[in-house]
Write a protein that binds this ligand. Structure first.
Ligand code: FES
Length: 339
């Protein structure tokens, strides 16, 4: 059994236990103490925090996310840092009102659906043995047979918290995808995961029309948000338009196309705008930022949620700001390779 240390999170002075082999972020999230985080794998820098007292093992922090000068100044990445003794950290724990945060826990379940809706994309549905409350847009860490894990966004609605749908893109030679999910995993298999993670989620207090922008399997968290909004609409609690842009390379990559087309046909407040960038297509051609600029020369008054590869997210962010949308109304999730 690994040694346990005390982590004190300032400015609230909250104390919690963290094992020497556990990351500080994991200990905080499992104890219901919110810390900012996104990738949870030491690459994005979102969880950077100051260690006010005590020593940490910096873990596998990317030198781009945690500079040498950051270390010298006493900062560490909480998603990979582990305590070497009792520590005190300064956490940026402010969350806007109206957001409920659910502690991270471990879950087990059975794969009930495993299909391939597009080339190199698997859709996985997992029935959990107990419900996992989450905010629409958050993700889980799926445990690999070898003990490692990978982050995947939840595509299903939080109103059905025992059923978790994931969209997984194949990465050539990847241990999780080529080594397991696209090779051996089958419907009926038992799996384990932890969650919910992430700060890319629907903000109910922003009472505004939505622009959802995704590329590839970046559609997953947007599908969760979309279904959640549709449920709000059914309850008479939603009165805005929602536009979804989904960018892919070829027409064959356009998964959920029929479902989204039908979803849009049935709801006058929802518009589905697929974008195919690398081949002729019976529809609009181009990348998501380009279509956005055409459709929204002015985007002020909306909230936008972007999810996809970092280049797409960055370009879309710029297009939104050029269309006069303030950064405070833009939420982004950069998908790094979950190979
Ligand atoms: Fe820690 Fe991304 S570097 S959450």
């Amino acid at each position: 059994m690994s040694e346990t240390f005390t982590v004190t999170v300032e400015p609230l002075g909250t104390e919690l236990n963290c094992r020497a082999d556990q990351t500080v972020l994991d200990a905080c999230l499992r104890n219901g103490v919110w810390l900012p985080h996104a990738c949870t794998h030491g690459t994005c820098g979102t969880c950077k925090a100051e260690v006010l007292d005590g020593e940490v093992d910096f873990g596998d922090a990317s030198p781009y996310a945690l500079l040498e000068s950051d270390r010298d100044d006493g900062f560490a990445l909480m998603c990979v840092a582990k305590p070497k003794e009792d520590i005190v950290i300064e956490g940026d724990i402010e969350l806007e009102e109206g957001i409920e945060i659910y502690p991270v826990r471990d879950f087990s379940g059975t794969v009930t659906v495993l299909d391939e809706p597009a080339p190199n994309v698997k859709r996985l549905v997992i029935e959990l043995t107990e419900p996992m409350p989450f905010n629409p847009g958050q993700y889980v860490q799926l445990n690999l047979p070898g003990g490692d894990n990978r982050p995947y966004s939840i595509a299903s609605t939080p109103s059905d918290p025992s059923r978790i749908e994931l969209h997984i893109k194949r990465s050539e030679g990847g241990a999780a995808t080529d080594g397991w999910i696209f090779k051996d995993l089958a419907a009926g298999d038992a799996v384990t995961l932890s969650g919910p993670y992430g700060q890319f989620f629907f903000h109910p207090t922003k009472d505004k029309p939505l622009i959802l922008l995704g590329s590839g399997t970046g559609l997953a968290p947007l599908k969760s948000i979309l279904q959640h909004v549709a449920e709000l609409d059914d309850e008479g609690e939603w009165e805005h338009d929602v536009v979804l842009f989904h960018g892919v390379a070829t027409g064959a990559d356009l998964y959920e196309h029929d479902w989204l087309t039908e979803f849009a046909d049935e709801r006058d407040w929802f518009s589905y705008r697929p974008a195919v960038s690398r081949e002729e297509f019976d529809g609009r051609q181009g990348r998501v930022p380009q279509l956005l600029a055409e459709d929204f020369p002015r985007a002020g008054g909306n909230s936008a949620y972007i999810c996809g590869n970092p280049a797409m997210v960055e370009d879309t962010m710029k297009a939104l700001m050029q269309a006069r949308l303030f950064p405070r109304d833009i939420y982004r999730e950069d998908f790094f390779d979950s190979a």
